[in-house]
Design a protein around this ligand. Structure first.
Ligand SMILES: Nc1ncnc2c1ncn2[C@@H]1O[C@H](COP(=O)(O)OP(=O)(O)OP(=O)(O)O)[C@@H](O)[C@H]1O
Length: 274
């Protein structure tokens, strides 16, 4: 799949908490079928950005526009978070794992589809027990879960309690769960944190597969530069809430402002002098 049209347009986004400006006048485009990474030192405003675009925070200023093939341009900054996921097709994972540990892997993926199932049941017990529509919706939910479990190489673990699995596997399950709601854009907050090198390499493959083969827009917050530099099509660098650079991995690696933000002024001078 090779359509790289703009999915998300971020315009002059600002988020203030009292006197602290966590995000300042950020403008950025995110394309379908590409991996866009947001990087920056601790406290740069990366998670605040995700919170603004997924309805968790209401930005102080600016707009976030999602271009949806059926619904047209949708202003995410004016939507509650459940609409951001359901209507606009923007889903996220969090820095800390948020699976139901006592449920099986499959159950976690079915629960993620509760909106479709509730609608099919018409919110009634009669619906749950009898309606053909509900049975069909449940079958579809199972098929979708099975498809993503197969593609993410998790099918063998479908009946295992999620909490008994390794950290890296739980991260994959979280991504599978997010994919079950058919997102156009998937936002991943530090998915490589705590992964071993093999799991990290598998994650790289998965992100590339989702963007290239499924045309998903992938928005990635990540500290692991091995992941970022290998998989990103586009990188946006934040520092103290400001965008200090934007470009391809090669451009970012050579950008003096980025080197300064990561290494500090003295080291940069030494590096330049060396
Ligand atoms: N709800 C909040 N109330 C007050 N300040 C906040 C809130 N959320 C974030 N901040 C502040 O905004 C700034 C940016 O935080 P944010 O979590 O977005 O950074 P980050 O780039 O994601 O950092 P990290 O890499 O450590 O996760 C920080 O100074 C943080 O303390």
């Amino acid at each position: 799949m090779s359509t790289h049209h703009t999915l998300l347009e971020v315009e002059h986004l600002t988020m203030r908490f009292g006197g602290l400006t966590a995000l300042s006048d950020l403008s950025l485009n995110v394309a379908a079928g590409q991996i866009t990474s947001i990087i920056g030192p601790n406290g740069a405003g990366k998670t605040t950005f995700f919170n603004c675009l997924t309805g968790f925070y209401k930005p102080t200023e600016g707009a976030v526009r999602m271009h949806h093939p059926q619904h047209g341009a949708l202003l995410l900054n004016e939507m509650p978070s459940y609409h951001v996921a359901r209507k606009a097709g923007v889903v996220r994972t969090f820095q800390n794992i948020r699976l139901f540990p006592n449920m099986t892997v499959l159950e976690n993926l079915i629960v993620a589809q509760h909106n479709a199932l509730q609608t099919a049941s018409r919110f009634s017990l009669a619906g749950l027990f009898g309606r053909a529509g509900y049975k069909a919706a449940r079958q579809q939910a199972l098929e979708k879960a099975e498809m993503w479990l197969t593609r993410l190489k998790l099918l063998d673990l479908a009946d295992t309690a999620a909490g008994n699995l390794s950290y890296g596997t739980q991260r994959r399950i979280e991504i599978a769960r997010a994919l079950c709601v058919d997102p156009l854009l998937i936002c991943l907050d530090e998915p490589a944190a705590g992964l071993n090198p093999r799991e990290s390499a598998e994650l790289n493959e998965l992100l590339v597969y989702l963007s290239r083969e499924h045309g998903k827009g992938v928005l990635l917050i990540e500290h692991d530069m091995n992941v970022v530099m290998r998989v990103s099509d586009h990188i946006c660098v934040l520092n103290f809430g400001n965008k200090i650079a934007e470009g391809t991995p090669q451009q970012i690696q050579q950008d003096p402002n980025v080197i300064k933000a990561y290494l500090g002024e003295e080291e940069t001078d030494e590096k330049v002098a060396a």
